[in-house]
Each structure stands twice: as C-alpha cells, then as structure tokens.
Write a protein that binds this ligand. Structure first.
Ligand SMILES: Cc1ncc(COP(=O)(O)O)c(C=O)c1O
Length: 389
C-alpha cells in the first residue's frame, strides 16, 4: 500500500466512497440493529453497540493516524479514558502524572480507589521520581504531555522504557497535540487516548473520545471492554468527528503558529508573570518536546499577578470565548482553577502550581494579530494597583 503523508491520510483514509451509492461522505448508519439472513452465520454487523459502519470508519481512521492496530470511539474523552482503566483489576496500582486533566484525576482518586486500584501521583518530568513510585503491582503508567494546564513535558520514550522493565502498560493522553504532532505508539506507548471533543473534531459541536492500541492482544481486550461497558460514540457524532478530521492539518498549522506568536508577545508583557508554552526557547521541556513532537502545540497558559488582575483582564477581553474546553475554531480562554481542574480541590491545585491567577488559552483560527491586539487592550485595562496588590 502506498505510504502517504499525514495531511493526505486525513482525506484519503480507509474510506474513499460508499460502495453502494458512490457517496464521498461517510453515510450515517442510524441503525441500532441489522437484519441477519442466516440463522447459523450472522453478518459483520449485528447490533450497533458491538459495531456500527459509521463508527468503524472513524475507528479505522484514528488507528491509521496514530499508527496502531485498532481504534475505538467513545461518547466522550472520559468514557475512553475510563474504559482504558477497566483493563485494571483489584489490587493493581497506577503511576500517574500529577497535573493530569481534572476529570481523569477524579476517576483515579474517587472511582478506581473504590475498586481497590491505588495510585501514586508523580512529577513525570522527573524520571527518578517515576522510577521510585513503581511498585510490584504497578500495571499502568499514565502520561499526559504536554500536561494540562502547566504544559510540562514528559519524555515518553524514557517512561515507556521504565514501564516495560516493570511490566506495566503505558497510556498517553494525546489530546493536546493530536497524532499530527506526536505519535506516542511510535515512541513505545501501548495505548493512546483522546478527547476528540477538542482538536480532532475541532468545532465545539460534539463530545467524543478515542483510544488506539498498539497490538492485537490489547485490541481484543479493549474491544471486549468497549462492547461490555457500552460507552460508544453515536453514528452521527462519529460522522462529525470524521468531518472535523479532514481539516485537522490546516487548522493545526494556523493555531500552532498563532500560539507561538501569542506566547512570545505575552512573555514580553510586564503585567504577565509567567508564560507556559513548550514552543518557547526557555521552556525547560523544549528539547524533549521537539525530540518527540513536531511543534509546541496550540495551547498555552499564562499567569497574571493575582486573582484581581485576572478578573479585570477577563472583564475586558473580547475575542476568545471564556469557556471550558480547547482545540476549536474559536480561541478559548479557560480558568483551570474553576473549570478543567475544579474537581481537584484547592489544596491539590496549589500543590501542583495551578494558581488562582492562571489562564489557559487555546488558539483558534482568528487572525493572531487581532487576538494579540485584543489581549493587549485587556491587559492595558488591568489596573496597576491590581498588579501590585
Ligand atoms: C487532556 C484532556 N483529556 C481528557 C479530557 C476529557 O475529555 P471529554 O471532555 O471529551 O470527556 C479533556 C477535557 O477537557 C482534556 O483536556
């Protein structure tokens, strides 16, 4: 089979046209069940929880993009992540990055613990800390890189090597970069997870989750869990993600360039205390980032002097929507302390450096000069008295 570049694969994935009708857009098979012609041998599809032709095209496409053997589509990123954790059993242990997405934190700390699955949070940028946290019953090492919301970079190759020695599986949440920028399976990971709600779908109009596994044995176990637990993506939502994927390359190219420009601008502004963006020259994880990914991504975080300055900034900024989420056509400004990481609790957040004056910006498709002008006027409106409080 001809090996295509990523952008070509987004358009020419497994589906070219529908064999029955010639439709170039994947048909939405809104059928829960499928007629069987023979009592002894059922067709490929029997019931849509177990398999649906529209969802299957999405599952094949994400597997192709991530370089895995099989993909699975879920009703949300959390459904994909939770199903992956169902590979674990009572008595198992998870080593997990400390600034993980708040929803994942909630599942690990408040759900898995009820089933006798324990965890240790570590700073994944510190390999020695990860090594020290591994126990004889450690079955999964869970990474999210760049991390959310502090954009810390984990060395995926190094952690995967440690995990292999320990006999543990490695899960990587690849939501922030997508397979176009980073391919965890090629770096040694076992399972890649996505909130497809973000860049993959890209238009703030669908909730979806995806998982891709690296080998047939895991594929069998994962399929069993997807079918058993049943948190599958609907045919219509599968189609929306497929449509979003077709433009992923051009959307990302624009948004990454915008994020770079905005990060550089923010870094020079006197009212901005700190900028977190792995594409910046002085980011501590920059070398690892560019050894395992093609760019710094389209998400950055920045800290203002204090909460009052943040409130004044938010009262004046006009272009980005102020909302939960990221990875959309419109720029999204989020307040991690009260949005993505609200489930973490103040004490845990502060331990991790997620302060009350931290904002996260996901660059959209607006002209970056307009975004910078807007941010600039909002920063100008922050009173100096707020800054020096
Ligand atoms: C990095 C990351 N992983 C997982 C999720 C959860 O995905 P969903 O909201 O689609 O359930 C999110 C959501 O914000 C996220 O940012």
């Amino acid at each position: 089979m001809t090996k295509y570049e990523q952008d070509t694969l987004l358009i020419h994935n497994g589906f070219k046209y529908d064999a029955g009708t010639g439709a170039v857009s994947v048909p939405i098979y809104n059928s829960s069940t499928f007629h069987q012609v023979d009592v002894d041998s059922f067709g490929k599809y029997d019931y849509s929880r177990s398999g649906n032709p529209t969802r299957e095209v999405l599952e094949e496409t994400i597997a192709l993009l991530e370089g895995g053997v099989r993909g699975f589509a879920f009703a949300s990123g959390m459904a994909a992540i939770s199903t992956a954790f169902l590979l674990l059993s009572q008595g198992d242990h998870v080593v997990i990055t400390e600034d993980v997405y708040g929803g994942t934190f909630r599942v690990v700390t408040e759900v898995l613990t009820r089933y006798g699955i324990s965890h240790t949070f570590v700073d994944m940028t510190d390999i020695a800390q990860v090594e020290a946290a591994i126990q004889p019953n450690t079955k999964v090492i869970y990474m999210e890189t760049p991390s959310n919301p502090l954009l810390k970079i984990t060395d995926i190759r190094a952690i995967c090597e440690l995990a292999k020695k320990a006999g543990a599986l490695t899960f990587v949440d690849n939501t922030f970069l997508t397979p176009l920028s980073q391919k965890p399976l090629e770096l040694g990971a076992d399972i890649v997870l996505h909130s497809a709600t973000k860049f993959l779908a890209g238009h703030s109009d669908v909730m979806a989750g995806l998982a891709v596994v690296k080998d047939e044995e895991l594929a069998k176990r994962f399929y069993f869990l997807q079918n058993a637990f049943g948190a599958i993506l609907s045919p219509h939502d599968s189609w929306l993600v497929l449509r979003g994927l077709k433009t992923l390359h051009v959307r990302l190219q624009h948004s990454v360039a915008a994020a770079e420009k905005i990060a550089e601008y923010l870094q020079t502004h006197p009212k901005v205390k700190r900028v977190y963006y792995p594409g910046l020259a002085d980011h501590p994880g920059r070398d690892i980032q560019f050894a395992q990914a093609t760019d710094g991504g389209a998400v950055l975080s920045f800290e203002l002097e204090n909460e009052e300055a943040l409130r004044q900034f938010l009262a004046h900024v006009k272009l980005p929507v102020f909302a939960v989420s990221l990875g959309a056509v419109e720029s999204i400004l989020s307040y991690p302390a009260k949005m993505s990481h609200a489930a973490m609790g103040q004490e845990e957040r502060e331990k991790r450096g997620i302060s009350a004056s931290l904002l996260r910006l996901s660059a959209g498709l607006e002209n970056p000069n307009d975004l910078i002008r807007d941010i600039d006027q909002a920063l100008a409106a922050v009173e100096t008295s707020a800054v020096s409080l």
